[in-house]
Design a binder for this molecule. Structure first.
Ligand code: SF4
Ligand code: ZN
Length: 311
């Protein structure tokens, strides 16, 4: 990332980062400033939660969510209009989760933000490790659906008005590519920025326009975290392939991630109203659902998990 003595494109300081998509070199201060500005712009564009809202920040303890909590805490302190609660889900991934859980608790304490935790084992009866033994390629798909469910349960228990997650531009682009690879028309045409429909807790993604590298560098520059272990399933699933493919494409054709995400948004806007919104409620948990069961309860029904507790 460093580029040997090159000056920042915005001042005379030494650059620490080449933003390949724009061709600009940035010093630490300007890179950090741009990250903060982009988060503010994203929140303004997507609709800042109304004054008095309690925002549940999904805090895994990794770099994205640590940066997210720090930035939202800064905005909450400055405006005096938002309250935060950190929520952490322990999926039950041995050798990885223990350290990040400790980091999450320390981060919440450092910012004086109340912290709630829940686990797959406690909420659903089994750990992720137990659920995907012998089927490790399913890990991220199972983990994603159940973590979403667990975060919703924890956020509702905390009385939150919305959930903020640390998805960055790379995560968003990977999801778009995976939806193409799976041929998932509904997800491709659904506007990911639409949230808070009937019965759903609104979700916001303040880091969604910031590349993973810039989030990581922001964390290093501002002294927010030390390197954490990687999830052992990270490379096993389709997402790992999508990540590798997109990283190679971005390296050769800078701006690929952003164009992929923007293209999907244009498709979704063009298809507005074509994708049916969930109209019923899940028989098990009461969350909105298109059929008798929501996605999480369907998955739990197929596996050996016990049903989600009722709201
Ligand atoms: Fe879950 Fe996959 Fe992320 Fe690991 S890499 S925490 S399994 S989504
Ligand atoms: Zn359900």
């Amino acid at each position: 990332m460093g580029n040997g003595g090159t000056g920042c494109s915005r001042c005379s300081q030494e650059a620490v980062y080449l933003q390949r998509a724009t061709g600009r070199h940035l010093c630490s201060a300007h890179l950090a400033g741009e990250v903060v500005d982009r988060v503010r712009r994203t929140l303004a564009a997507d609709g800042m939660p109304p004054a008095g809202s309690l925002v549940a920040v999904a805090l895994s303890g990794g770099k994205d969510s640590t940066v997210l909590l720090s930035l939202l805490q800064g905005i909450a302190r400055e405006t005096g209009e938002l309250d935060l609660v950190a929520i952490t889900v322990d999926e039950g991934i041995s050798g990885y989760r223990e350290e990040t859980l400790r980091a999450a608790a320390a981060t919440a304490a450092r910012y004086g933000v109340p912290h709630r935790t829940g686990s797959f084992a406690g909420l659903f009866g089994r750990t992720l490790d137990q659920e995907v033994t012998g089927q490790e390629h399913r890990a991220c798909a199972v983990c994603g659906v159940l973590r979403r469910k667990a975060l919703t349960i924890l956020a509702r228990e905390a009385g939150a008005d919305c959930i903020a997650t640390g998805h960055n531009l790379d995560d968003e682009a990977q999801s778009v590519l995976m939806n193409w690879l799976r041929g998932d028309r509904d997800r491709l045409l659904r506007d990911p920025l639409q949230g808070g429909q009937r019965g759903f807790l609104r979700r916001i993604k303040p880091l969604r326009e910031i590349p993973e590298k810039e989030v990581a560098l922001y964390g290093v520059i501002t002294g927010l975290f030390t390197p954490m272990p990687e999830c052992p399933y990270r490379h096993a699933a389709l997402r790992g392939e999508a990540r590798a493919m997109l990283n190679a494409m971005e390296q050769r054709f800078p701006g690929t991630l952003e164009r992929l995400v923007q293209g999907q948004r244009r498709l979704a806007r063009g298809a507005a109203g074509q994708i049916p919104a969930p109209v019923g409620s899940c028989m098990r948990c009461g969350e909105p659902a298109t059929g008798p069961l929501c996605q999480a309860c369907r998955l739990l029904e197929e596996g050996c998990f016990r049903p989600v507790r009722h709201r």
